[in-house]
Write a protein that binds this ligand. Structure first.
Ligand code: URA
Length: 438
């Protein structure tokens, strides 16, 4: 291990054997944290070649259980988002693509900090089971075409250990380490193709378009290196996606969007993401796939597919058809604009933290969640506002949480006398052929 650290410290390229030695030894406990930390820091400063990054990813992907989806017919396409506020795209696009014959066997995560998680949103539906054994998961994908569950089993233990170490050694922020961490989990989850939604902006991990593109390029390169077709879209997270933030509130917005009456920004991103998944599955050009995806919203087939998936996973579909059947938050609290002007900018991360404060998310891994809590935005960046108009409605079961959430929300909003520049929703598409800017 000493020689491996020294080689990377001096800018050398690690061999497959050296990377395998490190991952195997670190997962088994033979290599101590202090040596692993030193190597991570050397990687942070010296970087890794595409070859090294792909090898690291595969060693991590193979460090625990892997999912073999080959018994499910068809080209399976997975999707990963780097996380954001109000990002409910998985629950919109998975039924769209499944209703067009592309199977989706997806493992999602829980929310942490300012970002939400698909599993929490699904669990706001009464009865919904998100932890299924492998056979039942596969059976639902075969019968319904789509199942979304939480990650179970011993998937990528190398990432769990390394991520915890990176978190306390200031080495999270390294493109080869982030790319290998994300891609190892996607590769272990077994799909043939991977669509990445790399978020950019105040609510995202990557704060600039150029950094997001560099991360996307690294992940696309890994996927293509190891035989998984991979495409990435760079999408905006300088404002929350849609109007709803919070678990059952977001499920209501998912239903609206699948019925063709969702917010314009969410609908546009979902159509683009779904079209790219369909494209990866060989269903046609991006333009053809977009039209197909739009058609599934109009004809109700995508919404019907969501209901089938929810029913198959034990969820109560009555709340989808009639959203008033969701358990309602006791407190509804309006937040008003203090001045006239334009909604100029939003600190999306702070807005996400305000929703956590209301009970919609968790600060620590095991904190409980209030599924009915959250925020409905009444105004968004680019809108004109008048003093006294509602900017948002807060939902919570605990009125004592409103004051702090309101302080945070107000500090997240900038209102000015001038209109902001129009920000695109999608900045770029990264494929093995290069970067296409929108
Ligand atoms: N998300 C991950 O899964 N891994 C990282 O390293 C960063 C974000």
């Amino acid at each position: 291990m000493y020689d491996i650290i020294e080689k990377k410290r001096d800018g050398g390229e690690l061999t497959r054997e050296e990377i395998e030695f490190f991952i195997r030894g670190y997962v088994s406990g033979d290599i101590p944290d202090y040596q692993a930390s030193a190597l991570l820091m050397a990687i942070y400063f010296k970087g890794m070649t595409e070859e090294e990054t792909a090898t690291l990813t595969m060693c991590m992907a193979n460090s625990g259980d892997t999912v073999d989806l080959s018994s499910i017919p068809g080209i399976k396409v997975d999707k990963h988002s780097t996380g954001g506020v109000g990002d409910k795209t998985t629950l919109v696009i998975s039924p769209i693509v499944a209703s067009l014959g592309v199977p989706v066997a997806k493992m999602s995560g829980r929310g942490l900090g300012h970002t939400g998680g698909t599993v929490d949103k699904m669990e706001s539906i009464p009865g919904m089971q998100t932890f299924l054994d492998r056979e039942r998961f596969f059976d639902i994908v075969r019968r319904v075409g789509v199942s979304v569950i939480g990650q179970s089993g011993n998937l990528v233990p190398a990432d769990k250990k390394l991520y915890a170490l990176r978190d306390v050694t200031a080495t999270v922020d390294s493109i080869p380490l982030i790319a290998s961490s994300i891609m190892s989990k996607k590769i272990a989850a077994g799909s043939d193709c991977i669509l990445l939604d790399v978020k950019e902006g105040s609510g995202a991990f990557m704060k600039t378009v150029e950094d997001s593109i560099r991360l996307a390029e690294a992940m696309v390169s890994i996927g293509e290196h190891v035989g998984r077709r991979t495409v990435a879209l760079i999408t905006d997270m300088s404002r929350p996606l849609g109007n709803a933030i919070g678990n059952s509130l977001e499920i209501c917005e998912v239903c609206d969007t699948l019925k063709g009456r969702g917010p314009a920004d969410l609908t546009e991103i979902c159509i683009e993401l779904a079209a790219n998944m369909l494209f990866l599955a060989g269903k046609g050009s991006i333009e053809q796939c977009k039209r197909m995806a739009e058609g599934q919203l109009r004809n109700g087939e995508a919404y019907a597919r969501l209901k089938e998936m929810v029913a198959a996973q034990g969820g109560d579909i009555a709340v989808l058809d009639d959203n008033s059947k969701f358990r309602q938050a006791k407190v509804h609290h309006e937040v008003y604009a203090r001045q006239d002007g334009w909604f100029y900018a939003m600190d999306t991360e702070k807005c996400g933290i305000a929703s956590v404060e209301l009970g919609a998310g968790r600060e620590k891994k095991d904190d409980p969640i209030d599924y009915s809590a959250g925020i409905i935005l009444k105004k968004k960046v680019g809108d004109r506002v008048q003093a006294g108009e509602p900017l948002a409605v807060f939902y919570t079961s605990d009125s004592s949480r409103c004051a702090q959430a309101e302080r945070l929300f107000e500090s997240a909003v900038t209102i000015r006398g001038e209109a902001p520049e129009q920000i695109p929703l999608i900045y770029a598409r990264v494929t093995r052929d290069g970067v296409e800017r929108y």
